[in-house]
Ligand binder design. Structure first.
Ligand SMILES: Nc1ncnc2c1ncn2[C@@H]1O[C@H](COP(=O)(O)OP(=O)(O)O)[C@@H](O)[C@H]1O
Ligand SMILES: [Mg+2]
Length: 321
């Protein structure tokens, strides 16, 4: 399957002033992450809040440049692309945000929201744009008489359908979705995920699907990259990851995950302990302070990234898991 996006040891470090008494420092929001995203496939990026998911999303959509490493879209290195090339690449990578209440202009009608990307890119005349908007509304399950309504008249799930429709108006090949169902009721989540999967098949879309929730990821992902403190800790196919999670952090996350399938729903348990600060990451494994299997070696020596049976993992004790 065609590779549409490739990240090679991506970094995004933010200099911070340190406040009144602190020293200036560097927040290592993303610290050497690599992945491959293929056509018509979903790569899920998972990890708890603060682990760098949204930072990765901003780099993938070219809203922020990496401070290190390389991002290729369609085989083109984005760092050295010309301004015209970057515009083309940006059209090819569209974004859906977590909060459908904040991401849609409340004063615009659904029709105007969907036609705006076409108008900005001088695609078609007014009537062609309206036809395209109405066709997309039908595709995502919105009624034709919703065309003249404003977002506040819709439920959260419908608003996310509008946001997804808007993202698809320019026929992108990649959609970066940052927690697209996290703000929705569990009963609505599966509907929106099913819609996304239908659209993926119909348009052969690649999804970079960002979520803190493995229950949601189990539903939609082909591959899963688990992030912890700005670094990849495990990268595997969905089958492998859910059948036998290899990194202790993945195991803890999985144990903490309620299923969105009511047959498997159980009480979520919280992950114990605090995420270390990305401003002062520990010398060894970042997960060691919370890991039930941690040894002296884990605190002293950062585990190298290695391949085990078709997956990647960064843990000294992965074989014993
Ligand atoms: N512009 C910024 N300046 C300084 N620190 C930032 C900035 N953006 C994000 N961070 C920090 O980077 C880390 C990762 O944040 P984020 O990517 O939002 O994580 P997530 O989406 O997984 O919750 C956090 O510690 C956050 O405070
Ligand atoms: Mg986020």
């Amino acid at each position: 399957m065609t590779v549409l996006m490739q990240a090679e040891a991506l970094h995004r470090h933010y200099p911070v002033s340190g406040g009144l008494f602190g020293k200036p420092g560097l927040v290592r929001a993303i610290d050497g992450v690599s992945f491959v995203l293929r056509q018509a496939q979903t790569l899920a990026i998972v990890g708890e809040s603060g682990c760098g998911k949204s930072t990765l999303a901003r780099m993938a959509t070219l809203m922020e440049p990496p401070t290190g490493g390389e991002l290729l879209i369609d085989g083109t290195p984005t760092a050295t692309a010309s301004e015209a090339e970057r515009r083309r690449l940006r059209r090819n990578v569209q974004m859906v945000f977590q909060n459908p209440y904040g991401s849609l202009n409340p004063r615009k009608t659904v029709g105007a929201i969907l036609e705006e990307p076409l108008a900005l890119n001088q695609r078609g005349d007014r009537s062609a744009r309206e036809r395209a908007a109405r066709a997309m509304m039908e595709r995502v399950g919105l009624h034709q008489d919703h065309y003249d309504r404003t977002p506040h008249m819709f439920s959260g799930g419908q608003r996310q359908r509008i946001a997804i429709a808007r993202a698809l108006m320019l026929n992108p090949r990649i959609v970066v979705a940052d927690e697209p169902v996290s703000a929705l009721d569990v009963s609505i989540q599966a509907q929106v995920l099913n819609l996304m999967m239908d659209l993926q098949d119909a348009f052969r879309l690649a999804f970079l699907f960002i979520s803190h929730d493995l229950g949601v990821v189990r539903h939609i992902a082909h591959d899963v990259l688990v992030l912890y403190c700005g670094r990849a800790v495990e990268y595997a196919s969905r089958q492998d990851l859910f059948a036998a999670p290899c990194h202790p952090y993945t195991r803890v996350l999985l144990a903490a995950t309620p299923s969105i399938d009511p047959r498997h729903r159980k009480q979520a348990v919280a992950v114990k302990g605090e995420l270390p600060s990305p401003l002062n990451p520990p010398a060894g494994c970042a997960f060691a302070s919370r890991c039930p299997h941690a040894t002296v070696r884990c605190t002293a020596e950062r585990p190298a990234w290695r391949g085990i049976g078709g997956r990647g993992v960064a843990c000294h004790h992965a074989e014993a898991m």
